[in-house]
Structure formats: C-alpha cells, structure tokens
Design a protein around this ligand. Structure first.
Ligand code: FES
Length: 102
C-alpha cells in the first residue's frame, strides 16, 4: 500500500461533493458522485484548466475550457481535444475520513 494522504472527512465530502487538495505539488480533485468517491488530477491534460469547475454527468467530467470529456473511473479521454488521460488516484475511506493513496 502506498502513502495515504487525508483529504477531508467523509461527511464533508458528501456535503461539498467537490474538494481540491494539493499533494506533492499536484492539485487533486476528489468528487462524490452517485454514491461513489473519485480522485483525479484537477488540471486538464490539454491546456491549463481546473477540472473542479467542470460539468459532471453520470461518470464523466467535462473540462470547462475546451470541453474535453474524461471518464471519472480511470481518467480516460472520451471526447477531444485532450489526448492524454487525467491521472487518477485510489481512494480509501476509513474511520469516517477520506484519503487518497499515492
Ligand atoms: S483545457 Fe481542457 S480541453 Fe482544453
């Protein structure tokens, strides 16, 4: 198992639905969607855009700038112009807290 980094409490994530944390100089977006928790890079792989401002529909997120669409599960590109997937992180919930694993 890798290093666990605390994001917030599980209750806070369920209320806010989107939480951004900076970990090792990377901005990570943690989302509570449809009863599941996802963690991905907060920065689009196309140009500079913060995915926290993107549109979430089902299990996808769309970049707010040029509308690339990514799958929340594995960060895969579903719609261009982005070509590279978003980095994803494993999420661990324990003791009422949410962590990402590095
Ligand atoms: S910055 Fe996200 S698609 Fe261009």
């Amino acid at each position: 198992m890798g290093r666990l980094v605390r994001v917030c409490s599980a209750e806070e994530l369920r209320e806010r639905e989107r939480v951004v944390v900076d970990v090792d100089n990377e901005s990570v977006l943690v989302l509570f969607v449809g009863g599941r928790v996802y963690a991905l890079s907060n920065i689009c792989t196309h140009e500079y855009a913060e995915m926290v401002n993107g549109l979430v529909v089902d299990d996808t997120i769309t970049c707010p700038v040029h509308l690339s669409r990514f799958r929340l599960d594995d960060g895969e590109v579903l719609y261009p112009p982005a070509e590279k997937p978003l980095k994803t992180y494993k999420v661990v919930e324990k003791g009422g807290e949410v962590f990402i694993e590095l």
